[in-house]
Design a protein around this ligand. Structure first.
Ligand code: ZN
Length: 175
C-alpha cells in the first residue's frame, strides 16, 4: 500500500512514528480551504485491536480567501492531534450511547483495512478552520484595510446595478 496509506496489519506493536512532510500538503490545503504553504509535525500511529490510534503534533499554513474583503490572507494552525479510528462496520454495529465514557476521545472512521494519513491531516486542519475567515483575525492591523476593501467592493456593486433590477422599475405592483 503506497504511503501515506497505513495498513492495519503493517502497524508494529510498538507503534509507528511518521514525520509530516510534503505528502501532507494536500490534506492541509483541503482542510484549511486554500493553497497549502507549509505543513510539518509528527504522528505516532499505533493499534488497539482493530482501532488505529493517532497522536501527535501538526502545524500548517495556507493561503485562504478572506470572507469579507476577498483578499488572500495567510492562515496558520497548529496543535495536538489525537484521534482513534474505528472501522465502519464496528461503528455501524455500535449502539448509540450518548453518555458513553469514551466521549472525551475524538473518533474517526476508516475502512477497517488501512488508514490514509492524508485523511487524518485533512480532518485535523478542517476542525482548526473557523466558520468565517477574516484576514483581520490573523493580523489585527489589517482590520481597517479589510473593512475598506469590503466597502469599496460594496460601493462598486452599487454603481453597477444588476440590469435585471432596472427592468423592475417600470413594473407597477398589482393589487
Ligand atoms: Zn479581509
Amino acid at each position: 500500500m503506497p504511503f501515506p496509506v497505513i495498513a492495519l496489519d503493517s502497524i508494529p506493536t510498538h507503534g509507528l512514528a511518521v514525520q509530516v512532510l510534503d505528502w501532507a500538503r494536500v490534506g492541509c490545503g483541503e482542510g484549511l480551504g486554500g493553497e497549502c504553504t507549509s505543513v510539518s509535525g509528527h504522528l505516532e500511529v499505533s493499534r488497539k485491536g482493530r482501532h488505529i490510534v493517532v497522536n501527535g503534533q501538526l502545524a500548517g499554513a495556507a493561503t485562504v480567501i478572506c470572507d469579507r474583503c476577498g483578499e488572500p490572507c495567510h492562515f496558520s494552525a497548529a496543535g495536538a492531534a489525537s484521534c482513534v479510528y474505528l472501522p465502519f462496520d464496528e461503528i455501524a454495529a455500535t449502539k448509540v450511547d450518548e453518555d458513553s465514557q469514551e466521549e472525551a476521545l475524538d473518533h474517526g472512521e476508516y475502512d477497517g483495512v488501512a488508514l490514509d494519513l492524508v485523511h487524518v491531516v485533512r480532518e485535523f486542519f478542517a476542525l482548526e478552520r473557523p466558520a468565517r475567515v477574516l484576514c483581520a483575525d490573523f493580523d489585527p492591523a489589517a482590520d481597517a484595510a479589510c473593512l475598506e476593501r469590503f466597502r469599496s467592493r460594496a460601493d462598486l456593486s452599487r454603481d453597477q446595478p444588476d440590469p435585471r433590477f432596472a427592468l423592475l422599475k417600470g413594473v407597477k405592483p398589482t393589487r
